[in-house]
Design a protein. Structure first.
Length: 466
């Protein structure tokens, strides 16, 4: 297919990639830019007709599990017969992933049309409110996605927080339900060095009178979230107190668990997403959907829940790409995600040796992740994803750090696809190859099985099945 007009449109939005507020060294200047971000996003939305007000919103934040919960909510809502728009970030292979309706990516034609509309509004904000600066890349994509959802008649928009929450551009929405799944150490330069500081940012998505579902968070973080909910008059639902799950079994075909929710008790639910951490994610997602259905007077049937959970898929998260040898992709780019991956691997897969490919961005703390990962891998191959505006840790530098943190057979190859080829060439049929770290690395490597052109043409992350 001819993607030239689409490429031109996407480059127009990419031209808005600039130095983010998070990279500013002066805390006061960073705070002011955070405030400008929210105000210019509101102005951008107003120019686009405030599409966020044309549908119900489920707003999903937290350190980890946001994307999984978004996919689970989308799948169950679709099974319930609702029209659903989903906005997640970052993307894996094409930015069109940021605007999905009923699980299908926006068409190139619609993306081109809406790019014109969004860029017109970007210019409007730039010229009429110069003190705010021009809307940035993430803000433009949020506007494009929400305008697309409204144009397509979506009843529900599932919106994932980009980073933090309080000052994230998505925080201009007023949702029906909010979710704060977990709070752990990530983006500490911006969000703070303590869990309490990080929780301050996460809790910022709580809105007055809007119920919030909270996953497994440490006491220090929970205290901050509970205080925010009290100030906002928001009902708080906690995993482990108000909602519960009981694992039944786990395999490479998914897992089964019992759900004990707000009004529903469901046994032997199958969840299509792999890993024991998905039981908690599914429980949080179902509680959010219970609250949404109750608030809107919508029937959320057991049949829809069972179908939606079982059919849920999420590209690049414990995704099995091939067998003999098995190759798994998982974007574990922080300590919490890496812990979930390490826990899941021996429970989900049978393998003799573990061969891993790792690539990380410079903004991530590599040493703590390598301390967890390096001693477990029979062979660790470091590489470096290619990302515009986001430098990766050089492969040789990451390899040296891996050796310092328990890595034995450590090799480096700066080209991700070459690193993948090396890993599979070393693997026997009963070995397991895992590509992990940056989601940008996962996207590059995933193209070996699913090209971006095929994804765009067929409007699905799984154009060749799988």
């Amino acid at each position: 297919m001819d993607t030239t007009p689409l490429s031109h449109a996407l480059k127009r939005i990419e031209s808005l990639i600039t130095r983010p507020a998070e990279s500013l060294d002066d805390p006061e200047e960073r705070r002011l830019e955070f405030q400008r971000r929210l105000e210019r996003t509101r102005r951008l939305m107003a120019c686009l007709g405030d599409p966020q007000d044309e549908m119900d919103i489920i707003h999903i934040g937290g350190t980890s599990g946001k994307g999984s919960i978004a996919m689970l909510c989308e799948s169950v809502l679709l099974a319930a017969g609702l029209r659903v728009g989903t906005h997640t970030s970052p993307y894996l292979q094409t930015s069109l992933e940021k605007a999905r309706v009923d699980g299908r990516l926006i068409t190139p034609e619609e993306a081109i049309r809406l790019t014109d509309e969004v860029m017109r509004c970007v210019d409007d904000v730039r010229h009429n409110r110069p003190e705010l600066g021009a809307p940035h890349y993430a803000e433009a994509w949020l506007g494009l996605a929400l305008r697309h959802f409204a144009d397509q008649g979506c009843e529900v928009g599932v919106v994932e927080v980009g980073m933090g929450g309080r000052y994230d551009c998505t925080n201009i929405v007023t949702p029906r339900v909010s979710v704060i799944n977990t709070v752990h150490y990530d983006h500490t330069r911006v969000l703070g060095e303590t869990l309490r500081e990080i929780a301050f940012h996460k809790a910022g998505i709580i809105k007055p009178g809007v119920p919030v579902v909270v996953g497994d968070v440490p006491p220090e973080a929970l205290e901050q979230i509970e205080a925010e909910a009290t100030r906002r008059g928001a009902r708080l639902i906690r995993l482990g107190r108000d909602i519960h799950y009981e694992p039944v079994m786990l395999s490479r075909n998914g897992g089964r668990f019992h759900y004990r929710g707000l009004g529903m008790r469901l046994d032997d639910l199958k969840v299509g997403l792999l890993g024991c951490h998905q039981f908690a994610n599914a429980t949080v997602a179902l509680a959010a959907l219970e609250l949404y259905a109750q608030g809107r007077g919508i029937a959320l049937t057991e049949a829809a829940i069972r179908k939606g959970l079982a059919q849920a898929r999420f590209a690049g998260r414990l995704e099995v790409m091939q067998h003999r040898p098995a190759v798994v992709l998982d974007g574990a780019h922080n300590q919490e995600k890496m812990g979930a991956l390490i826990t899941a691997l021996p429970k989900v897969f049978d393998y003799r040796r573990l061969i891993m490919v790792l690539g990380m961005l410079e903004t991530k703390a590599a040493a703590p992740i390598l301390r967890m990962l390096a001693p477990l891998a029979s062979t660790l191959i470091t590489t470096a994803p290619h990302v515009k505006g986001k430098p990766a840790i050089p492969a040789e530098e990451l390899a040296a750090l891996a050796r310092q943190n328990g890595g034995q057979d450590v090799r480096a190859d700066g080209e991700p696809l070459d690193a993948l080829a090396l890993a599979t060439s070393l693997a026997e049929e009963d070995d397991l190859v895992v590509v992990t770290g940056s989601l940008y690395l996962i996207g590059e490597v995933r193209a070996h099985w699913h090209s971006a052109d095929d994804i765009i043409a067929r409007r699905t992350m799984f154009p060749n099945g799988g």
